[in-house]
Design a protein around this ligand. Structure first.
Ligand code: ADP
Ligand code: MG
Ligand code: ZN
Length: 623
């Protein structure tokens, strides 16, 4: 993969801009205040000057508006040396000088002719503009290397196919879902006829979403390698730079270039740098520059019709939650592909890819390494292989041994534990029982949908493991029993921890929050409490400035009612907790069996999961 139009790094460009600005300023100052930087006569405090006058050491004085220049009598100084001092408003000075018999005169104020005035105002800006233009011209000149200051010109790198270091889908392991999606895009670019002929519309924008280091950028490069069309790549942070208005013109530029070369792919890495929600800027307007850039991007994406110019926009982000909703609307990034952390078998596959680059010893067992690295993303695994190779070299070995990997894992984990989630063995065990607890309670109670997947691979930023339930049909209405079932399921995780470990961890806080919210809504909004009756209560204060008071009418609630609500909510949650505990106690052996299996495979899903969960024994409802 070759890179045409090698860009300078943004930091370098910023520094260059600052340097230029500073030198321009210096130039101006130098022209306007000639005395400032010239090496002048030695400066002396005014008090010393007066002292010297009174002592009779001074021979000649020249009094100017801003400066007094004087010479000393030769016995006190080198002949011809001139001293200067800054005058203070002193009407007594002439009198004093006369008294001491010192020769003095006033210097006339410097007379500027209109020509010098004009020149000093006009020339510096001209020089400044000249330098600017010079760099601009260098930067914009087609195929040549980009100039230091090519402001406004898109910094998109163009990857061209047919080079030796081409990245293909074979270099990316795991992430099958994402690969399938992107293979389709590549197919479309290669043979658009096949799609357009039956009237299929290919998505304009595809957004890759996932935690850092899971291979989003790598996937995009693989698309470039496979597609055989020009591939423009730019990072979101490169849009947002020093000068206002540049980001949006850069977007315009990028798409202009892209349209000329269609069919092609535009890849915007780290989209969140420009695509942050416009409303998330708080009260005081926010970042105009980024907003303009975002608006321009939206305009451009709307601008090309899906049919004619086949420009497909790929983007990647690890913070989808901050993106402006406008970006996710149909016709823009309407397809989102999850690039998640790899599971056990994917990790082994990724290790295999990266291990090709190093010499492996006979005792290396990649599967064992994969087992020991839950939570590692692709980038961490690549790093791990390299770390192990470094250790092998340090130990003067011919090839990398399992031992080196073991040590490398410890190093990488130590580094990762600080910045993200990598679980140790105990934590992994707790999470496994917790998730199985959710799943088993969920299997027995109604209102949850079917449990489709349990996983102890950390997902996203918050959850340690997760239990995925898919509704079997679209549901709009739920009855009381179903809601109680949902609450019990939410408490299933914590209940399992209580039963198995006889202790509670902090991991369930989100579950408890959701369970409590649900119970509160049952009481205050759905009228499902016998004590409080079918009334709508809204507790708590809402921030005034949100201005949605009308949509959320609040009833003043008396203290007694408030207490009653609290106790009803508590009753619902505790009953559900009891129910969850009963189910799990009754099925203790099965809990053990499923958790052991989950610890081994990290993910259980589909048919296998269904058949396991169908063994959960019903318990009499305790009410
Ligand atoms: P992201 O853009 O998602 O933060 P990158 O694509 O930059 O992550 O990944 C960094 C590196 O990690 C890649 O260059 C590659 O070496 C390695 N890597 C990440 N994911 C994978 C994967 N699924 N298969 C193979 N290598 C991977
Ligand atoms: Mg990336
Ligand atoms: Zn949970």
């Amino acid at each position: 993969m070759a890179i045409k139009e090698q860009p300078k790094s943004p930091r370098f460009r910023i520094i260059a801009n600052i340097l230029l600005a500073v030198s321009g300023l210096f130039l101006l100052l130098n022209l306007f205040l000639p005395g400032l930087f010239a090496s002048g006569p030695a400066g002396v405090p005014y008090s010393l000057f007066i002292h010297q006058v009174q002592e009779g050491e001074v021979s000649r004085v020249s009094v100017g508006q801003n400066q007094i220049l004087y010479q000393l009598k030769t016995e006190n100084a080198e002949p011809g040396q001139v001293f200067s001092t800054t005058p203070i408003f002193d009407l007594e000075l002439p009198k004093l000088l006369e008294q001491k018999g010192i020769e003095f005169a006033a210097t006339p104020p410097p007379k500027n002719s209109w020509i010098t005035t004009l020149l000093s105002w006009v020339i510096p800006p001209l020089i400044f503009i000249g330098i600017w233009q010079f760099f601009l011209a260098r930067g914009g000149g087609g195929g040549g290397p980009q100039g230091v200051l090519s402001i406004g010109k898109s910094k998109a790198k163009v990857y061209v196919e047919g080079e030796s270091a081409k990245i293909t889908f074979a270099d990316v392991a795991g992430v099958e879902e994402a690969k399938t999606e992107l293979v389709e895009i590549v197919d479309f670019l290669k043979t658009p006829g096949r799609f357009t002929q039956i009237g299929a519309r290919i998505p304009k924008g595809v957004l890759l979403v996932g935690p850092p280091g899971t291979g989003k950028t790598l996937l995009a490069k693989a698309v470039a390698g496979e597609a055989g069309v020009p591939f423009f790549s730019i990072s979101g942070s490169e849009f947002v730079e020093l000068f206002v208005g540049v980001g949006s013109s850069r977007v315009r530029d990028l798409f202009e270039q892209a349209k000329k070369q269609a069919p092609c792919i535009v890849f915007i890495d780290e989209l969140d740098a420009i695509g942050k929600s416009r409303s998330s800027n708080g009260f005081y307007g926010g970042n105009d520059e980024r907003e303009q850039t975002l608006n321009q991007l939206l305009t451009e994406m709307d601008g090309f019709a899906a049919g004619d110019a086949t420009v497909i926009v790929l983007a990647a982000t690890n913070r989808p939650e901050v993106l402006d909703p406008a970006l996710l609307r149909p016709g823009r990034f309407d397809r989102q592909v999850l690039v998640d952390r790899p599971d056990l078998s994917d990790r082994e596959a990724i290790l295999k890819i990266h291990a090709q680059k190093v010499k492996l010893g006979d005792d290396v067992n990649l599967k064992a390494i994969a087992t020991r690295t839950p939570g590692f993303a692709g980038a961490d695994l690549a790093n791990l292989v390299n770390e192990a190779a470094l250790l092998a070299a340090r130990n003067l070995r011919e090839s990398v041994a399992q031992e080196d990997f073991a040590e490398a894992i410890e190093r990488v984990v130590a580094g990762l534990e600080k910045k993200s989630r990598v679980m140790n063995e105990t934590e992994k065990k707790i999470v496994a029982y917790h998730e199985v607890g959710h799943a088993m309670v969920g299997a027995l109670t109604t209102g949850n949908g079917r449990v489709e997947k349990i996983s102890i691979i950390p997902r996203g930023m918050a959850a340690l493991g997760y239990t995925l339930q898919l509704p079997t049909e679209d549901r709009f209405l739920m009855n009381e029993e179903e809601l109680r079932g949902q609450i019990a399921t939410l408490l299933g995780g914590r209940s399992a921890e209580e039963i198995v470990f006889n202790s509670i961890t902090t991991g369930a806080s989100n579950d408890l929050q959701r369970a409590t919210d649900l119970a509160e809504r049952m009481v205050t909004a759905y009228g499902m409490s016998k004590v409080l009756g079918p009334l709508a209560y809204q507790q708590g204060q809402q921030p005034m400035f949100l201005g949605n008071g009308a949509a959320n009418p609040r009833r003043a609630v008396s203290e007694d009612t408030s207490k009653a609500i609290d106790s009803e909510v508590k009753e619902i949650v505790e009953t559900a907790h009891e129910q969850a505990l009963n189910i799990l106690r009754e099925n203790r052996d099965l809990l053990e069996a499923i958790a052991t299996q989950l610890l081994e495979t990290e993910v259980i899903e589909g048919e296998k999961l269904h058949s396991l969960l169908s063994q959960v024994k019903r318990v009499a409802l305790h009410n």
